[in-house]
Write a protein that binds this ligand. Sequence first.
Ligand code: DAT
Ligand code: MG
Length: 152
Amino acid sequence: MAEERTFVAVKPDGVERGLVGDIIGRFEKRGLKLVGLKMMQVTPALAQEHYGEHKGKPFFDGLIKFITSGPIVAMVWEGKNATGLARNVIGATNPKDAAPGTIRGDFAVDLGRNAVHGSDSPTSAEREIGIFFKKDELIEGWDRTIHKWIAE
Ligand code: DAT
Ligand code: MG
C-alpha cells in the first residue's frame, strides 16, 4: 500500500528566482519520495479550481493573477505523514512568521510571494493531486532501496 501523498508546487516567484533546485532538495533530504514532477503553466480555470476555497476573499483575484503569471513546478511527494511534514518544511503562510530553516523562512519575505504551495490536509492533497496530475503521470510500485533507513 502506498504511503500518504501530498501536493507541492514551486510558485512562479520561486521558479523565476532560481529556487527550484533548493526547494526540491529540501523535500528530498527530508526523506520524502518524489512520485510526480512537471513544469507547467497554470491556466486561470485550473487556478480558480485549485484555490476555490479562497473565492470571494479580497486577495483572490491577485492570487489567481500571480499563480498564472509564469510557470510553476508541480510535484507529488510520498511518505509517512507526507502532508503535515511538507507543511512543516514549507513554513508559515506569511513569511514574516515562518521559522528559519523552513523554505518560506529562508527564501521569502511577502505573503503574496511565498515561493511554494503545499496541501493543507490529506483530503486537500488528494483533491489537488487529482486536478494537477493524470494517473499515468504518477509513479506506482517504485520502492526505494533506502526506504528502510528512512521509516520503520
Ligand atoms: P497556504 O499557501 O499556506 O496554504 P492559504 O491557503 O491560506 O495559505 O492561502 C493561499 C495563498 O494565498 C497563500 O500562500 C498566500 C495567499 N494569501 C493568503 N492569505 C492572504 C492575504 N490575507 N493576503 C494576500 N495573500 C494571501
Ligand atoms: Mg492553502
